[in-house]
Design a protein. Structure first.
Length: 428
C-alpha cells in the first residue's frame, strides 16, 4: 500500500452496451427538449466521429423519461430507478465522463484495461497484482454475467485477462446457471484424499521445475492447482443460498439459480464477505439503437433497480458498505440525436459525454461532478476520462496509480498508462 486505503474491495456493476445518460443520470436538458425533432446543430457534430449515424440527417431527441430531484441532496436522476433513488444520498454521480472509442469492443477494452490496445491487463488483474486477495479458497477476481434488454452485446474474456501480468491474476468467470465452474464436482469414485494425493504429487513435480526454468507460469500453475482443489469445496458453499432468509431474497428480488442480475448481486455480497477483492457483474442489453423506451422501461432498468438497492442495503447492514467501492456504468453513453429503425426510436453510440456513479467507502454521497453541454453531447465542465476513473479506483484501495507498474518489453507499464488524475471532488 502507498497510503491508507478507504476500501478493501470493488464491486463493479458493468452495464454493457452503453446506457443512455440522457435517460438515466444526466439531468436538466431544457434546450434538448426545446430542440426535439429539429436538426442537430452542425456546430456540435461537424468533423466528429459518429457510429451508425454517420452521413445521415441528424435530429435531436429529447429525454424520453422524466427526471426528479431525490433525497436530501436533491440529486436529479431518472424516475426509472425508484428503488435506487432511496440511496441517492450515498451516490456520487459523474456526468462528465468521456472515452476514446466509439464502438463497443474498443470502448470495453479501454474501460477495462485503460487502453484500446488489446492484450493489456484488466483493472481487476492490476488490483490483484498490487494487493493480492483476502480470500483463501476463492479467486481474488471474479466475473459474473447476465442479460436483459435489446441485444446481448458480446464481451470478450480479455476484459478480465491478465495481459502481460502473470496469469495467476486473471479474473475467473463463474457461470450464472448450472455448475458455476466446469468440473467443480469430483468424479464418482474419487474422494478428497485421493485427489489430494494427485495434486500434491503434481505440485512436487512443478516445485522441481520452477527453480530450474524460472518460468513464472510454473508458479502460477502451482497456485492455480491448489486454488482449484480448494474451490471444489468453496464454490458449492458459495452458490448454496438455501440458508439465506426469504427476506434477503425478496430484498434483491431474485430467484437463486436463474442467472439474473439480481441473483448475481446476491452472489456479489457473498463473494465480498468471503474476501474476494474485485467482483465484476456484466449486465448486457443496453445497446439501444432502437426500442429505447420499451427496453429501458420494461427490461434494463427494472432488471437492475431493486437488485442494486438491495445490494447497497445488504452491504450496509453487514458492515461491508463502508469498505466497499461500488461502480455503476457502461463503456460509453448514447447520442442526443435520434436513431430510427422501422419507426422505432433509439440512440447511437456516444463517446463524448456520459454518466456513471460511485458509492461506498471514501465516496462523498449526494455529490454530482461535471456536466455535459446543453444538448448532452460534449462533456463540458470537469471533464473526466476513463483513466481518471482508474486512478481514483486505485487511490481508494490505497494504491498510487503512478507507482503500480510492471516492466514489459523494456518499459514500465501501468493501468493508467501516462494519464490519469484523481476525481477529488467525489472523495470524502
Amino acid at each position: 500500500l502507498h497510503h491508507a486505503p478507504k476500501v478493501k474491495r470493488v464491486i463493479y456493476l458493468y452495464m454493457s452496451g452503453g446506457p443512455s445518460h440522457l435517460e438515466t443520470f444526466d439531468a436538466n436538458k431544457p434546450e434538448l427538449v426545446k430542440m426535439d425533432g429539429k436538426p442537430m446543430p452542425t456546430s456540435f457534430t461537424k468533423g466528429q466521429s459518429i457510429a451508425q449515424l454517420q452521413n445521415q440527417k441528424l435530429a435531436c431527441l429529447r429525454p424520453q423519461f422524466p427526471f426528479k430531484k431525490w433525497g436530501q441532496s436533491g440529486t436529479e436522476m431518472t424516475t426509472l430507478f425508484p428503488h435506487l433513488a432511496k440511496h441517492i444520498d450515498q451516490l456520487a454521480v459523474i456526468r462528465s465522463m468521456h472515452t476514446d472509442a466509439i464502438n463497443h469492443d474498443p470502448a470495453n477494452t479501454l474501460m477495462n484495461t485503460g487502453t484500446t490496445i488489446s492484450g493489456r491487463p484488466s483493472m481487476g488483474s492490476w488490483i490483484q497484482y498490487g494487493l493480492g486477495s483476502e480470500a483463501e479458497d476463492l479467486p481474488g477476481f471474479v466475473v459474473l454475467s447476465s442479460h436483459a434488454g435489446r441485444s446481448p452485446q458480446p464481451i470478450s474474456v480479455r476484459m478480465w485477462h491478465t495481459g502481460f501480468l502473470p496469469s495467476q491474476f486473471q479474473g475467473i468467470q463463474l457461470r450464472s446457471t448450472g455448475d458455476p465452474v466446469m468440473y467443480v464436482r469430483r468424479p464418482d469414485g474419487v474422494d478428497i484424499q485421493r485427489q489430494r494425493d494427485v495434486v500434491d504429487t503434481v505440485q512436487a513435480l512443478n516445485d522441481l521445475q520452477a527453480p530450474a526454468l524460472r518460468d513464472p507460469e510454473i508458479t502460477t500453475r502451482i497456485a492455480q492447482y491448489e486454488m482449484a482443489f480448494r474451490m471444489q469445496t468453496s464454490i458449492p458453499k458459495l452458490m448454496d443460498v438455501s440458508q439465506e432468509p426469504a427476506e434477503v431474497l425478496d430484498l434483491y428480488g431474485c430467484k437463486p439459480g436463474d442467472g439474473s442480475f439480481a441473483s448475481n448481486c446476491l452472489l456479489a455480497r457473498r463473494l465480498a464477505e468471503r474476501g474476494v477483492r474485485f467482483i465484476q457483474l456484466y449486465h448486457r442489453g443496453w445497446d439501444h439503437h432502437n426500442g429505447l423506451v420499451n427496453f429501458m422501461k420494461n427490461h434494463c432498468c427494472p432488471s437492475v433497480d431493486q437488485a442494486i438497492a438491495g445490494l447497497i442495503t445488504d452491504l450496509k447492514r453487514r458492515g461491508l458498505f463502508k469498505d466497499t467501492l461500488i461502480v455503476w456504468g457502461g463503456e460509453f453513453g448514447r447520442t442526443p440525436m435520434a436513431q430510427r429503425s422501422k419507426g422505432v426510436v433509439g440512440r447511437d453510440h456516444h463517446m463524448k459525454g456520459f454518466s456513471l456513479w460511485l458509492a461506498g467507502g471514501g465516496i462523498k454521497g449526494g455529490a454530482t461532478h461535471g456536466t455535459t453541454d446543453s444538448l448532452g453531447y460534449n462533456a463540458e465542465e470537469n471533464r473526466t476520462h476513463v483513466n481518471d476513473l482508474h486512478a481514483t479506483l486505485l487511490h481508494l484501495l490505497g494504491i498510487d496509480h503512478e507507482r503500480l507498474t510492471y516492466r514489459f518489453q523494456g518499459r514500465d507499464f501501468r493501468l493508467t498508462d501516462v494519464h490519469g488524475k484523481l476525481i477529488k471532488p467525489v472523495l470524502s
